[in-house]
Write a protein that binds this ligand. Sequence first.
Ligand code: NAP
Length: 328
Amino acid sequence: MKPLNPPASATPLHRAENLLILGSGPAGYTAAIYAARANLAPVLLTGLTPGGQLTVTTEVENYPGFAEPIMGPQLMQQMRAQAERYGTIVLDDIIIRVDFAASPYGLVADSGTEFRAKAVIIATGAQARWLGIPSEEHFRGFGVSACATCDGFFFRNKRVAVIGGGNSAVEEALYLTHHAAEVILIHRRDSLRAERILQDRLMKHPKITVMWNQEVLEVIGTDAPRKVTGVKLRSISDKAHPVEQTLAVDGVFVAIGHEPATSLFRGQLPMDKGGYLLSAPDSTITAKPGIFAAGDVKDKIFRQAVTAAGMGCMAALEAEKYLAQWEG
Ligand code: NAP
């Protein structure tokens, strides 16, 4: 990615825009495709991870239109090219400050660019959630990861643990079998919430074992060199008599869900207690006129690429209607 900070001497650029789209996942790019085709001259800021969560996944099997699985990064490149083809301006930049007090809204980017926008579509998505234990933080990047496709390669013929029981955890575990000798899925309950088709693949895989009803207490490792050597677990199947044990592993992949990327909007837009942006029923309209929310940033239920894309489409259509009123 290009450096985001301009030289100190550079003066901030001021840009007045019709429609700014924040985020470059399926919601952002779909909003851009619809908005560009409606001649709204959208400007899309990619954020820190251009392409979003699908760029750190492997094969996507459930995005309609691809009879054969498509690789996540390739799908996102196609979406970007499609958005640009119809005139979307895509900037590799992130917004670091917003002022949604009055329209046109003020947004400041990391590059120094100051935007004024009549309408904004927020599609900033979600980020991986962490366990929140100090040892996890200590070994992050040294054996603890939240991205098997990014880091799985480093665990060739090793023994790794995956924490979680949802689709992400199962997909991470299955992916890691391409590299690791042994994968142990550690889940805090006695049943998974992952889709049945993924559960079946997991259970049948000869390299994978599942440890049920286990809580992760600590990641264990050495400091010179800094590396993971195991995890300390507490069995919680009998809550009255918890049993602790240490499992020797070389890597720990945390796959326990996601958190919406909304800290930037705190105090400016209403959100629920989980930080997800709130919008009107059956709509992407937020409490502020001309500000719309689409995709994982407002959806804690479905969180699929295809539902995010659908919401991006809704947001662009609603922005088009809003901007027509502005003109009129
Ligand atoms: P998720 O469905 O919310 O699952 C999170 C898992 O982590 C749950 O099993 C949960 O346990 C566990 N967990 C949460 N906090 C924990 C903690 N502090 N310690 C230990 N375990 C913890 O999240 P996800 O798997 O990332 O999936 C998110 C969404 O994306 C879902 O809607 C999913 O369907 C979707 N997704 C879809 C695909 C696909 O279609 N191929 C792929 C990936 C993700 P409990 O079960 O006990 O709550």
